[in-house]
Design a protein. Structure first.
Length: 219
């Protein structure tokens, strides 16, 4: 099935609210578990960046899992960051976590270069996927660990519909539509491997579920 791009930024208030209020417990706790399992040698402290952080649920989970770290969450959608900012206050993480409004690609990011770079579900939003890999190359310190997770495009629209029903059957229609569109916009593992070859980044790609892949390593 051909890729069907979706808009880059999730800037509509209704969409941002539905996303911020959704229950992502299963995939987001899996993200943190996989990150810790694949990068067991992370130092005790440093400055990390979460690229395309949305309302920050993963940013905050990683901050709690890595209590010595400062984390910068970056997103281009003000509507998403507004929800993230409220949650950041509630979670008392504002001394170690900062959310920054920036539409990638950019020439500068606060606190760069970073000791660790991670991202969940940004790549499939990007019209030009090399923006993610070039951002990592530009803003990562040499040798910095990297952990990326995203959706993989299924073989067919029928398979995409089946995945939506299986994994978000009980969610509001706007979220199910978003998830469906995201599956159609996602890159396949072999496309990600080709992007990495072009970028020269030495990351390893693995399929980790019926809908997710991860890329990890040091740059
Ligand atoms: C599916 S959400 C993922 C949010 C978060 N990482 C999570 O896993 O919950 C993708 C996010 O990437 C942001 N985004 C898309 N393209 C972007 C770009 N070029 N620069 C910055 N943010 C971008 C969108 O606004 C959206 O908040």
């Amino acid at each position: 099935m051909e890729r069907v791009p979706e808009p880059e930024l999730m800037n509509e208030e209704e969409q941002a609210r539905a996303y911020a209020e959704a229950d992502f417990e299963a995939p987001h706790s899996a993200f943190v578990d996989l990150l810790l399992r694949h990068l067991p040698q992370l130092p005790e402290s440093g400055v990390a960046v979460d690229l395309g952080c949305g309302p920050g649920d993963i940013t905050f989970r990683v901050a709690r899992a890595l209590p010595g770290w400062t984390i910068i969450g970056v997103d281009g959608a003000a509507a998403m960051l507004l929800h993230g900012q409220e949650d950041l206050m509630r979670q008392s993480l504002s001394e170690r976590v900062r959310l920054v409004h920036a539409h990638l690609p950019v020439n500068a990011l606060p606190a760069a270069p970073f000791d660790f770079l991670f991202s969940n579900s940004l790549l499939h939003h990007l019209a030009e996927p090399m923006v993610l890999w070039e951002t990592i190359r530009t803003f990562g310190k040499p040798g910095a660990p990297v952990f990326i997770m995203d959706l993989a495009r299924p073989e067919s629209r029928e398979e995409a519909r089946r995945l939506v029903e299986e994994h978000s059957g009980g969610e509001p229609p706007i979220l199910k539509k978003d998830f469906h569109n995201s599956l159609l916009a996602a890159y396949r593992v072999e496309e990600v491997e080709e992007q990495l070859r072009r970028s020269g980044l030495p990351l390893e790609v693995e399929t980790v579920s019926d809908r997710h892949w991860i890329a990890h390593g040091r740059i």
